[in-house]
Design a protein around this ligand. Structure first.
Ligand SMILES: Nc1ncnc2c1ncn2[C@@H]1O[C@H](COP(=O)(O)OP(=O)(O)OP(=O)(O)O)[C@@H](O)[C@H]1O
Ligand SMILES: [Mg+2]
Length: 202
């Protein structure tokens, strides 16, 4: 038992590998980053349903939902955005340790915050850049957020009054302006090498 500052880390009797064997899958985080309206939630929830139907244990962490609970004390200034992502990364790490496939949908606009995630999750992180031009996202505007941001009603809105730094080395880039949702989900399933039955590499 390692001990620092009177805090102890208890070793487990059941390991991650044993939990993963029980579930027949490998814990992983598929992290969707992209502009508001790019399709992160649509993709993740459709992928979640598909993988669930294949018999995999999947859980989606969705931006707005987390801000209702765990991170409800955080705003959108850079320090709060970083803390938002750090906490989610740590939660996702625990879920991965439980053997779960986590789909995380957060705009996560800054390279530095996504690099922070890499430190927390290391090789368990699969970064998916949901690439969609701002004009297309704005024309979709599923939550009327762009309308409000253009009217000045939302401060620090990514793409309008706050930067989005596109990933330089994403594991996968999905262009949601170029193909319908079902095709994008099929591309994700292919990339994750999930067979409909039998051996699953995720
Ligand atoms: N190929 C596609 N993949 C995903 N979404 C698509 C695609 N084509 C069109 N859409 C539409 O784009 C919109 C994307 O909205 P969605 O809420 O998923 O975005 P988001 O990235 O989660 O935004 P936010 O950051 O605000 O939560 C939906 O209305 C969806 O139907
Ligand atoms: Mg969303």
């Amino acid at each position: 038992m390692a001990q620092t500052n009177n805090l102890s880390w208890h070793s487990e009797l059941v390991t991650r590998v044993e939990r993963e064997q029980l579930l027949g899958q490998r814990g992983r985080v598929v992290w969707f980053t992209g502009l508001s309206g790019s399709g992160k939630s649509s993709l993740a929830h459709a992928l979640n349903a598909k993988l669930h139907a294949m018999g995999l244990l999947v859980y989606t962490l969705d931006g707005d939902n987390i801000r209702h609970g765990l991170n409800k004390n955080l705003g959108f200034a850079v320090a709060d955005r970083n803390e938002n992502i750090r906490r989610i990364g740590e939660v996702a790490k625990l879920m991965v340790d439980a053997g779960i496939i986590v789909l995380a949908t957060f705009i996560s606009p800054l390279r530095a915050e996504r690099e922070g995630l890499r430190h927390i999750l290391a090789q368990d992180l699969i970064e998916v850049f949901v690439d969609c031009p701002l004009e297309v996202c704005e024309s979709r505007d599923p939550k009327d957020l762009y309308k409000k941001a253009r009217a000045g009603a939302i401060a620090d809105f990514t793409g309008i009054s706050s930067p989005y730094e596109a990933p330089l080395n994403a594991d996968l880039v999905i262009n949601t302006a170029a193909a319908p949702l079902e095709e994008c989900v099929a591309e994700l399933v292919d990339f994750l090498q999930i067979a409909p039955t039998g051996e699953n590499h995720v």
